[in-house]
Design a protein around this ligand. Structure first.
Ligand SMILES: Nc1nc(=O)c2c([nH]1)NC[C@@H]1CN(c3ccc(C(=O)N[C@@H](CCC(=O)O)C(=O)O)cc3)C=[N+]21
Length: 294
C-alpha cells in the first residue's frame, strides 16, 4: 500500500517559510513582494485558481493584484497591459492565466513578458535557461513536483521516469528537469504522448510515472510496477450530482495504483497546491533579485 506524497501539507510548510522571509522584509521597512495575475474571461476553473493564488498571497504577506479582462479582449489590449506591468517598479512578477481565447496569440503574449518578471517560467528565455541548467524561474508545476520529491527524499538518480503528456507547461519541462544533473534529477526519462504506440509498455517498467494528460483515471494499477512512485498532475472537473455539480478527477485511478505503488500523490491535495506554493516561491525570488530593491 502506497504512502501519500502530501502536497497540501508540504505547500503549507513552504508558504510558512516564505511568510518568515516576508516578515523580515517588512521589519526592515521594505515593501512587500507584489504578484499580479491577469485573468481573461469567465472560465470557472481559471477563476478558481486565480482566486486561490490571491488567497495564497495574503497568507504569505505578499501584495497581490488581479487584472480582469472580458473574453472579447484584443491581443493588443493585453500586450499593452503587459508592457505596463513590465515597466511598473512596484510589480515583482506577474502571470497571464492560461488558456487564452482564440483571438489572442498565446505565444505573442508569453514572449512579451519581461523574463525577469515571468514567475510562471513560460518565457522562451527562462525555458532555455532551465534546459541549460542555469539559474532561472522554473515553471510552477514541475518545480512543485521536484520540491515534493525532494522533501520526501524520493530517490530519482538512475531511476526510469516515464512522463505522460508533452505540454509546454508541464510534461515537456518536467522531462527536461528529471534528466538534469542536479537533485532531484538524474533520471532516465521517457516522454510519452498521443502518438506513443503502447504507453503501458513504458509505464509498466517505470520507477516513477508522472501523468499530465487530463484524462480522468487513465493510469490503472495493472499499468504500473510494484513499488513505483506515481505523480498525478491531471485535474479535471467531472460533472456529478454533488452540491458543487462536479468532482476533481486525476489522471490516476487512485485505488488500484495506490495498492501497488510505494508513493502516490492524491487529487486534490497533491500537485495542485504545490504549484501554487511554487508560484509564491518564484515571486519572492523575483523580488529578491529585482534591480529595484537594492
Ligand atoms: N499562467 C498559468 N499558470 C498556471 O500555473 C496555470 C495556468 N496558467 N492555467 C491553468 C493551470 C492549472 N493550475 C492549477 C493550479 C492549482 C491547482 C490547485 O490548487 N488544485 C487543488 C484543487 C483546487 C480546486 O478545489 O479546484 C488541488 O489539486 O488540491 C490546480 C491547477 C495552474 N495553471
Amino acid at each position: 500500500m502506497a504512502e501519500i506524497l502530501d502536497g497540501l501539507k508540504v505547500s503549507k510548510e513552504i508558504k510558512a517559510e516564505i511568510k518568515v522571509e516576508v516578515d523580515k522584509i517588512l521589519e526592515s521597512k521594505r515593501r512587500a513582494p507584489h504578484l499580479v495575475a491577469i485573468l481573461v474571461g469567465n472560465n470557472g476553473a481559471s477563476k478558481a485558481y486565480v482566486n486561490a493564488k490571491v488567497k495564497d498571497c495574503e497568507e504569505v504577506g505578499f501584495q497581490s493584484s488581479l487584472v480582469k479582462f472580458p473574453s472579447t479582449v484584443s491581443e493588443s489590449e493585453l500586450l499593452e497591459k503587459i508592457e505596463e506591468l513590465n515597466k511598473d517598479k512596484s510589480v515583482d512578477g506577474f502571470i497571464v492565466q492560461l488558456p487564452l481565447p482564440d483571438q489572442v496569440d498565446q505565444e505573442k503574449i508569453i514572449n512579451a513578458i519581461d523574463p525577469r518578471k515571468d514567475v510562471d517560467g513560460f518565457h522562451p528565455t527562462n525555458f532555455g535557461k532551465m534546459a541549460l541548467e542555469m539559474d532561472t524561474f522554473l515553471p510552477a508545476t514541475p518545480f512543485g513536483i521536484l520540491t515534493l520529491l525532494e522533501r520526501y527524499n524520493i530517490e530519482t538518480k538512475g531511476k526510469d521516469c516515464v512522463i505522460i503528456g508533452r505540454s509546454k507547461i508541464v510534461g515537456r519541462p518536467m522531462s527536461i528537469l528529471m534528466g538534469r544533473k542536479d537533485f532531484p534529477g538524474n533520471s532516465t526519462v521517457t516522454l510519452t504522448h498521443s502518438y506513443t504506440k503502447d504507453i503501458e509498455e513504458y509505464t509498466k517498467k517505470a520507477d516513477i510515472v508522472i501523468t499530465a494528460l487530463g484524462d480522468p483515471h487513465f493510469l490503472k494499477g495493472e499499468m504500473i510496477k510494484d513499488g513505483a512512485v506515481i505523480v498525478d498532475v491531471g485535474i479535471t472537473r467531472v460533472d456529478n450530482d454533488s452540491p458543487k455539480g462536479y468532482y476533481l478527477a486525476g489522471d490516476v485511478d487512485f485505488d488500484s495504483c495506490a495498492a501497488k505503488a510505494s508513493w502516490i500523490t492524491p487529487v486534490p491535495g497533491g500537485v495542485g497546491p504545490m504549484t501554487r506554493a511554487m508560484l509564491m516561491k518564484n515571486t519572492i525570488i523575483a523580488y529578491k533579485t529585482s534591480v529595484y530593491n537594492d
